[in-house]
Ligand binder design. Structure first.
Ligand code: HEC
Ligand code: HEC
Ligand code: HEC
Ligand code: HEC
Ligand code: HEC
Ligand code: HEC
Ligand code: HEC
Ligand code: HEC
Ligand code: HEC
Ligand code: HEC
Ligand code: HEC
Ligand code: HEC
Ligand code: HEC
Length: 461
């Protein structure tokens, strides 16, 4: 507890504040009449005479809550005179033992508050009187702030019970059987009030690491400068306090994903607590993507981001990873250095010089041999006899056709993910593909009808 106020509670400072004292050879001499400074050197206190008069100790015994023995005006049980003619009293060396001369020993749990363990009962209780119940030296949190730093409850956002009830609703003042004298252990502290959350959280299969470690990994139980008493903004900041690698990754991307830029930040897709899906996702991964990509995003410069939901609905032949409902196989949701937040390079254009790196995306999963050899009988089904038609179209410089000239990465009506049309500038050029058993036919915007047959090479005109 490094923020603890130093010495705030040392007995001497309290004494100095309350009444002048004199140390004589380690003996406390109780002096009368703080106000007037007429300290008697010798006073004989007769039996039955009170020490609290209008002149001497005038405030003693006056307060909303007066300690039993003080109320009777009997000081002598606790303050024993050194010498019955001198106004000198034996020091109270063991306060705790004094309290236990009349009080039953407190029932102690296994975790004892330091000042209680130290026998510093008067750190919190005035032996005489106070404005607070139990003669406490402060009401509610103010008592605790006698020794603890006020910043505990001083954040911009203060947790409900701290704001309303102070500290004792969660911490026992003397001791308890849980760490930090809490009334329960771990997340049970939180669930004792947030029972609804316990139900909600136990009903889901995937629990975010820190939630099982403890709610206090993220929520300050007292206060913080951020909403929900989090250690950072509830949009991203809180996540980055632990996921620093993601912070770095996201700060380095050149193609940003609009999905991360909404007001909800990370919470647009992730649940910070629990989820029915892996990766703390709010929905099944593909449903999540389509929950936003169920519309076209249009830009002023004429560009757009297509409505993927419609595209998938209208084209029943879904590409392998999509059939497996895994959009993230190709796209990095958190952003990328590549066009369309792709996980590998994929050319934007219809033409590109031949270089396997140009198709890094497709070749993450497919074998790049399909475009390498001019002649083959095994490497690809797109061949006329042994003539490799992938090689023919793609393996050219500078005007190699990119995969997009024929394939759609998402979904098509045709087999083999051959598109119906391909953008060629503003022109939606038809591909005109028909598949047959041993080959196929193309009547594209690029050339006249060509057929291919893997078994029997077709002679096109
Ligand atoms: C239940 C025991 C108890 C009784 C009864 C009691 N005192 Fe004390 N008093 C103490 C303790 C203990 C201290 C030392 C306080 C501390 O440790 O901070 C103290 C301290 C004092 C001090 C030093 C300054 C201060 O206020 O802390 C004065 C003066 C004093 N008592 C006067 C009186 C008078 C007068 C009476 C009778 C009206 C009285 N006390 C009754 C326990 C008692
Ligand atoms: C001379 C006997 C005596 C001593 C010594 C004594 N007390 Fe008490 N205390 C009482 C009596 C009597 C009451 C009033 C009990 C009641 O009203 O039920 C009381 C009441 C209290 C209460 C309020 C309890 C309640 O339930 O309202 C607290 C707190 C307390 N004492 C703390 C202390 C502490 C701390 C010490 C040691 C500094 C101490 N007492 C020393 C006799 C003593
Ligand atoms: C850190 C502050 C603190 C210290 C130190 C402390 N108390 Fe208390 N005590 C409290 C508070 C707060 C209450 C009010 C009751 C509650 O909230 O449980 C209380 C209540 C009491 C009561 C009355 C209720 C009960 O539990 O019986 C007694 C008697 C008591 N304390 C005695 C002591 C004695 C004896 C010591 C020293 C061994 C001591 N206290 C030390 C804060 C403290
Ligand atoms: C008289 C001084 C004093 C008062 C008043 C006081 N405390 Fe403490 N508290 C301490 C000391 C000393 C420690 C042990 C310091 C440490 O662990 O560094 C401590 C420790 C704690 C701890 C455990 C800290 C830890 O890291 O284990 C909690 C929780 C706590 N106090 C809560 C409270 C609450 C709640 C109140 C008000 C009801 C309160 N304290 C009032 C002196 C005090
Ligand atoms: C809603 C319950 C709750 C309330 C109310 C509460 N605390 Fe805590 N407090 C906790 C929990 C839980 C921890 C343990 C935090 C951890 O383990 O990181 C704690 C820890 C502490 C600690 C140990 C140091 C620290 O910060 O971890 C101190 C001191 C403390 N509380 C003081 C206070 C004070 C003073 C108040 C009143 C202003 C208060 N508490 C109110 C739940 C609460
Ligand atoms: C004594 C009851 C109590 C305990 C224990 C408690 N809370 Fe709370 N909590 C509340 C109350 C009351 C609110 C305020 C609710 C409101 O404003 O709607 C609140 C609010 C919150 C909020 C903000 C909710 C919002 O919508 O702004 C969070 C987060 C929270 N608590 C987390 C925790 C955590 C974590 C713990 C355990 C360390 C915990 N609470 C323990 C009573 C409690
Ligand atoms: C990984 C950090 C993290 C952990 C651990 C965590 N929370 Fe949260 N919690 C958050 C974030 C972030 C929000 C804000 C959510 C939002 O903006 O929609 C939040 C919001 C809340 C809220 C208020 C909003 C709501 O959903 O009702 C409560 C209550 C809450 N958390 C309770 C808990 C409890 C109880 C635990 C422990 C079982 C816990 N949290 C653990 C990060 C966390
Ligand atoms: C207190 C630290 C902490 C905070 C804050 C935090 N996380 Fe985590 N997160 C973890 C830990 C620990 C794991 C578990 C890692 C593991 O099991 O390998 C985890 C796991 C995850 C996972 C699953 C990773 C996987 O491979 O299964 C996701 C997704 C995640 N966090 C997202 C978030 C988001 C979003 C936020 C902000 C709301 C956030 N985290 C805040 C510590 C944190
Ligand atoms: C648009 C939806 C979306 C948003 C917004 C989002 N994520 Fe994710 N996140 C995902 C998906 C989908 C996955 C699982 C697929 C994957 O690994 O890319 C994931 C996985 C993760 C993982 C675990 C796997 C890994 O890549 O390490 C972490 C950690 C993570 N996200 C953190 C964050 C953080 C932090 C934020 C906020 C800055 C955030 N996410 C925002 C969709 C999102
Ligand atoms: C919270 C809503 C949301 C979610 C969920 C979401 N996105 Fe997005 N996405 C957007 C927004 C907004 C844009 C930017 C649209 C624009 O350009 O105006 C975008 C853009 C894109 C782009 C085009 C990027 C570019 O700038 O070229 C791709 C590709 C994309 N998202 C894929 C995905 C995938 C895959 C998922 C699921 C893992 C997903 N999105 C989930 C909102 C979302
Ligand atoms: C096999 C890899 C792959 C998978 C899996 C994939 N995409 Fe794509 N996605 C691409 C490629 C390549 C582009 C760029 C296409 C282009 O420019 O012609 C793209 C572009 C997009 C675009 C921008 C569309 C446009 O041109 O306007 C969105 C939105 C998108 N993808 C969303 C998704 C969603 C949602 C999923 C899951 C249902 C998904 N993607 C799965 C490879 C993939
Ligand atoms: C994440 C892995 C992955 C990526 C990246 C990928 N594919 Fe696929 N692709 C598959 C899977 C899986 C299949 C289904 C294989 C099967 O059914 O035999 C498939 C099937 C195909 C098929 C149909 C094969 C057949 O025989 O029916 C074509 C054509 C195709 N992909 C083209 C592409 C193109 C073009 C790209 C780059 C834009 C690409 N793929 C990127 C995984 C991927
Ligand atoms: C000129 C059109 C065209 C271009 C350009 C093209 N493909 Fe193909 N691709 C086809 C046709 C047609 C088939 C179907 C062959 C068959 O089975 O009849 C095919 C089949 C495939 C297959 C299935 C396996 C196979 O080889 O038969 C994969 C994988 C594939 N293409 C990937 C790619 C990749 C990656 C690119 C870009 C590097 C690409 N294609 C460029 C027309 C093209």
């Amino acid at each position: 507890m490094n923020k603890r106020k130093k010495n705030k509670k040392s007995p001497s400072s309290t004494w100095i504040k309350l009444c002048p004292i004199i140390f004589i050879a380690g003996i406390f001499a109780l002096e009368a009449c703080a106000a007037k400074d007429n300290k008697p050197a010798n006073v004989t206190i007769k039996a039955g005479q009170s020490c609290s008069t209008s002149e001497c100790h005038p405030k003693m015994g006056k307060g909303a809550y007066v300690h039993g023995p003080v109320a009777t005006g009997d000081c002598s049980f606790c303050h024993k005179q050194e010498n019955k003619d001198k106004h000198r009293f034996q020091p109270i060396k063991d306060v705790e033992a004094l309290c236990y001369e009349c009080h039953e020993k407190l029932d102690m749990g296994s975790v004892v508050h330091q000042p209680v363990a130290d026998g510093d009962c008067t750190g919190c209780h005035s032996p005489h009187q106070s404005d607070n119940q139990f003669q406490l030296k402060g009401a509610g949190a103010i008592l605790c702030y006698e020794c603890h730093d006020e910043s505990i409850g001083g954040g911009k956002f203060v947790h409900g019970p701290v704001a309303v009830d102070g500290c004792s609703i969660c911490h026992a003042p003397h001791s308890s059987n849980s760490p930090k004298m809490l009334m329960a252990e771990g997340n049970d502290v939180c669930y004792s009030c947030h029972g609804d959350k316990q139900e909600e959280f136990s009903s889901k299969g995937f629990v975010h690491g820190p939630v099982s470690d403890g709610c206090v990994e993220c929520h300050n139980p007292h206060s913080s400068d951020f909403n929900f008493t989090l250690p950072g903004e509830s949009t991203q900041g809180v996540c980055f306090t632990c996921h620093e690698d993601k912070k770095d990754e996201i700060s380095q991307v050149t193609v940003k994903h609009g999905g991360l830029e909404t007001d909800k930040g990370c919470m647009a897709c992730h649940n910070p607590h629990v989820s029915a899906f892996p990766q703390q996702l709010d929905m099944a991964p593909m449903d999540l993507c389509l929950s936003c990509h169920d519309k076209e995003y249009k830009h002023e410069d004429g560009t757009s981001v297509a409505n993927m939901k419609i595209l998938l609905e209208e084209n029943s032949n879904h590409h392998g990873p999509i059939a497996e409902k895994d959009c993230s196989a190709c796209h990095n949701t958190h952003g990328s250095k590549d066009f369309r937040i792709l996980r590998g390079y994929f050319p934007k254009k219809f033409y590109a010089s031949y270089d396997p790196d140009n198709f890094a995306l497709c070749f993450m999963c497919h074998n790049d041999t399909l475009v390498k050899d001019a002649k083959t009988t095994t490497l690809t089904g797109f061949r006329n006899g042994d003539q490799n038609l992938h090689y023919l179209h793609v393996n050219k410089t500078p005007k190699g056709r990119t995969c997009r000239a024929c394939h759609d990465a998402h979904a098509t009506r045709n087999p083999k993910h051959i598109t119906d049309t391909v953008p060629f500038g503003a022109y939606k050029m038809p591909v005109g593909f028909t598949k047959s058993d041993k080959g196929g036919t193309c009547l594209p915007g690029c050339h006249q009808q060509f057929d291919y047959n893997r078994d029997k090479k077709v002679k096109n005109r």
